[in-house]
Design a protein around this ligand. Sequence first.
Ligand code: NAP
Ligand code: GLV
Length: 286
Amino acid sequence: MLDARTRTADAFDPATVDVAIVANPPGGSLAGLPNLKLVQSLWAGVDRLLADPTLPGDVPLARMVDPMMNDAMAQTALWAVLSLHRAFFAYALHQREHQWQPHAQRRADEVPVAVLGLGQMGTAVAQRLVVNGYPVAGWSARPRSLPGVATHSGDEGLTRVLAGAQIVVNLLPLTPATQGLFNASTFACMRRGASLVNLARGGHVVESDLLAALGSGGLQHAVLDVFCVEPLPPDHPFWSHPQITVLPHVAALTDPRSAAEVVARNVRALRDGRPIEHLVDRARGY
Ligand code: NAP
Ligand code: GLV
């Protein structure tokens, strides 16, 4: 950690740094720190950190896990699911066109939702949706069990989960196994007129395939918080697409008030020789 002796923006002695607390620093920032003992990510997703070839391979990497952040994610997912279920995005569009056009009102129990990824975020989201009356199915790499949620894993599980849902919420980490998971063939597995809520990473979605699926009526709507290129370029077709709702990567922000405690706990654990919490499994990529 940079302390009083080392803390100047440009000049510090790299040998005094033993903990790096980082969000997504420029590639190479963590190289050349000979006494580094812990990299603590301020983000839940560590795909960008892991993509830096100079990230020291032998230093433990911990990610941000904060119940406050999980709660924020559950709020965003509930907003998106509720808005799709009750056609609130359609009403916002109708208002701009001065159109008085009521839609049929479905009950929550008539709107099956799939949650892809049943980790910290996915579990909080699935539980929030269950409490709000939605039938929820979940998908994870390893078999999981979650009260009130029909859980699945593996390739066959993915097809089943996608085919059964009216709304699919993505909360997977971005890894080589999940990159581009939402593409023409997975969209073809989804119900005609289903919707996608991507709150995880832009790299999960093949953007041209999403536009094609929306254009053909295969998909009805997409709520996107994350994009292949961020900020989303001003001339990107998603901005003005009537079937796409854009958020600026805000589904669950790191909250310094609670995140600082998470970081302090891990720094204390390192200093005391206790186990570090929420270590990333580098072989799995999350
Ligand atoms: P997590 O606790 O590590 O959970 C990941 C889940 O995904 C686990 O259930 C895991 O399965 C599953 N999974 C991973 N690879 C899989 C695969 N190949 N096939 C099927 N399931 C797979 O992660 P988290 O804290 O919930 O965060 C998830 C992601 O949300 C982050 O990586 C980040 O990209 C994103 N995020 C976005 C925002 C935002 O503001 N938009 C904020 C925070 C996080 P197992 O349970 O079997 O391991
Ligand atoms: C945000 O996207 C995070 O991974 O924390």
